[in-house]
Design a binder for this molecule. Structure first.
Ligand code: 5GP
Ligand code: MG
Length: 192
């Protein structure tokens, strides 16, 4: 995946205008992979009505694009956590900023994440969900950094394994910026 990466130059009017980033995953690759994930997830839950919990903020585009490709009915809910602050490295502690409103006891819960880096956030979420006594908890993440993540449980659905680089675009931010860019982009060494 790292070979011959195409370059993306941040357009006029955006923060970091003119800066070059590497395109790790293109808009088309994201779309195609989401279609595959949607088939698998629809099949898995065809006899159940799952509740999809989006982890804000970074997952909002992935969440919307994935859910509209499903061929099953579902419910939605959201929570918001923070482990990064405004920096590009995990702070090592997870804070719950907004909780879900649904009662998930006895329900099939599907957590939708943008990216798993250290694994701290997803571990926190697993614990929190399981405390509520759901029928099942399934984890979906668009991006996974396998060289960093330390997890003692499997992630059920992974969009892409990526190298240990800081990425933005397709919902992911740098200090609340650049979420609207359509590809998954990696900053170059020393840039952020
Ligand atoms: P973890 O707790 O697994 O270390 O980090 C998970 C959260 O940190 C993600 O949901 C995301 O908000 C943020 N994060 C981790 N890696 C990146 C990255 O490369 N880019 C951006 N924009 N956010 C990241
Ligand atoms: Mg996040």
């Amino acid at each position: 995946m790292e070979q011959n990466l195409k370059e993306f130059t941040i357009p006029k009017g955006y923060p970091f205008e003119g800066k070059s980033l590497d395109i790790l995953i293109s808009e088309k690759e994201i779309k195609d992979r989401i279609a595959e994930l949607a088939v698998d997830i629809s099949e898995r839950f065809k006899t159940e009505k799952p509740i999809f919990i989006g982890v804000l903020n970074g997952s909002f585009l992935f969440y919307a694009d994935l859910l509209r490709e499903l061929s099953i009915d579902f419910e939605v809910d959201f929570l918001k956590i923070d482990s990064y602050g405004s920096a590009t490295k995990s702070t090592g502690t997870v804070r719950l900023l907004k909780d879900i409103s649904a009662n998930i006891t006895g329900r099939h819960v599907v957590i939708i994440e943008d990216i798993i880096d250290t694994g701290l956030s997803i571990q926190f979420l697993k614990q929190r969900m399981e405390n509520a006594g759901p029928a099942s908890v399934t984890f979906v993440t668009l991006l996974f950094k396998p060289d960093v993540a330390k997890l003692n449980f499997p992630i059920d659905y992974i969009g892409f394994n990526i190298p240990n680089r800081f990425v933005v675009g397709y919902g992911l931010d740098y200090d609340q910026k650049l979420r609207g860019l359509k590809n998954i982009l990696a900053f170059r060494e020393g840039d952020v």
